[in-house]
Design a protein around this ligand. Structure first.
Ligand code: ARG
Length: 464
């Protein structure tokens, strides 16, 4: 079979293997909607610029509308032999309206066409992810509000370090997801320029109006350089890199869910909706969804590395290598969409066990820093000295197998005679969290105002 679009230079059809390696329609059919939208804008511009007749323009728009409906209804048949989504749609348009369909490709190449389609697709993907992130932030803030004074151990090195509140811990992720949203919207701003009209690489001799097509497709402006317009895949790389950072955040949160829901911690509990059993061990409730969110970050990083590798050292302008840009992006989006939905589900589903958290917060000398601060403040000692004294008192408690608050005053006074009974006011977990009133600190009073601020900043709630 001879491809119509390549024209007469090719006497024999592509070998089967050539067809297989060359074809992208298996995956780029996901661009059909964007491709049709781009074609409609291009056609309208050609008519307005007087480059094609009104009648031809109408016939083309009618054919495209019909194809749009078939695509939306799932009735469009994509053919591998037609290589990609662009040629499938063009061929179908020709079937529908005849040779006038060929006028649509005036002043356009598949190079600027695919660049336009893909930007439109990534733009929508960014919007979708941002929306999902907002929902997760909202759910986390609600959960944080329910736990502003639920004390738990905060960890460094996964060793109990200081007392924090569960609400404060959850709000840390609200900040991370807020930065993720920022990265996606930065990427969106830069990607929102229109390649259409760049032609194959050099622009076109036809008097086209690139401002018009850019506007019609909701781009901020046409891309300034035609060679850059068909070569650039930064926008996809930025999408993948913002996705990779997001995937690390999701994996860190997922890992905490795994730890918290373990029998040893027992900080949270998932209902049956987010737990799975073991085929052999009847007691098991496994947090599979969290484990999978944790693991799926690998695919997302893979997408970024794939496209960086494809793009590295490619000379200007278009090379077929660039066809490999799409699957990395599609698969990353699909993975994230699922992981975000699962994360939202788990945030809503998880039930905290405040008594378990409190018990864990009360062991492991988590108020040792409070003791050192007390010594510094009350006895006016340099912090390093207080740290030293506290270390000795912790050692003492360890040898007596008790917590700091359980030590007798006399015992403490053997280490530092100036200690008074006032010290016991700072050694409880509640006193510890309540004292962390510095901006951004874990005191429940602070966490309450952080919640109000987060709602205003991220959910645009409350007075502006
Ligand atoms: N399917 C191609 C891609 O995704 C479309 C552009 C083809 N351009 C070309 N000069 N062969 O990259």
């Amino acid at each position: 079979m001879t491809s119509k679009i390549w024209g007469g230079r090719f006497s024999a059809g592509p070998s089967a293997i050539m067809e297989e390696i060359n074809a992208s329609v298996g995956f780029d059919q996901r661009l059909a909607k964007q491709d049709l939208r781009g074609s409609r804008a291009h056609c309208a511009m050609l008519v307005k610029a007087g480059l094609i007749s009104k009648e031809d323009g109408e016939a083309i728009q009618g054919g495209l509308a019909r194809i749009e409906k078939d695509v939306a209804d799932g009735n469009f048949v994509f053919k591998l032999a037609l290589e990609d989504v662009h040629m499938n749609i063009e061929a179908r348009l020709t079937d529908l309206i005849g040779a006038q369909a060929g006028r649509l490709h005036m002043a356009r190449s598949r190079n600027d066409q695919v660049a336009t389609d893909f930007r439109l697709w990534v733009r929508a993907a960014v919007d979708n992810i941002e929306e999902q992130l907002l929902k997760i932030q909202s759910a986390l803030i609600d959960k944080a509000e329910a736990h502003v004074d639920t004390v738990m151990p905060g960890f460094t090195h996964l060793q109990a370090a200081q007392v924090v509140t569960f609400g404060h811990h959850l709000l840390a992720y609200v900040e991370m997801f807020g930065r993720d949203r920022g990265r996606f919207s930065d990427a969106r701003r830069r990607l929102n320029e229109c390649p259409l009209g760049a032609g194959a690489l050099a622009g076109t001799s036809f008097p086209i109006d690139r401002q018009q097509t850019a506007k019609k497709l909701d781009f901020d402006r046409p891309m300034a350089n035609s060679m850059d317009a068909v070569s650039d895949r930064d926008f996809a790389l930025e999408f993948l890199s913002a996705s990779s950072v997001l995937a690390t955040h999701l994996s860190r949160f997922a890992e905490e869910l795994v730890i918290w829901s373990s029998a040893q911690f027992g900080f949270i509990h998932f209902t049956d909706a987010f737990s799975t059993g073991s085929s052999m061990m009847p007691q098991k409730r496994n947090p599979d969804a969290a484990e999978l969110v944790r693991a799926k970050s690998g695919r997302v990083f893979g997408g970024l590395i794939t496209l960086l590798t494809v793009m590295k050292a490619l000379p200007l302008t278009y090379s077929k290598d660039m066809q490999e840009d799409k699957e990395a992006v599609f698969s990353t989006f699909d993975t994230l969409e699922l992981c975000l939905a699962a994360t939202l589900g788990m945030v809503i589903d998880m039930k905290a066990a405040p008594e378990r958290m409190r018990a864990a917060a009360s062991v492991g000398f988590t108020t040792a820093t409070d003791l050192a601060d007390w010594l510094t403040q009350t006895l006016n000692l340099p912090f390093r000295e207080s740290h030293q004294i506290t270390g000795q008192i912790v050692k003492l408690a360890e040898s007596k197998r008790c917590e700091l608050s359980e030590l007798a005053l006399e015992d403490m006074q053997t280490v530092e005679p100036r200690i008074t009974k006032g010290v016991f006011d700072v050694l409880t977990v509640d006193a510890s969290v309540a004292s962390r009133t510095s901006f951004g600190g874990t005191a429940p009073y602070n966490v309450r105002s952080q919640i109000t601020a987060a709602r205003k900043r991220y959910l645009k709630e409350g007075p502006a």
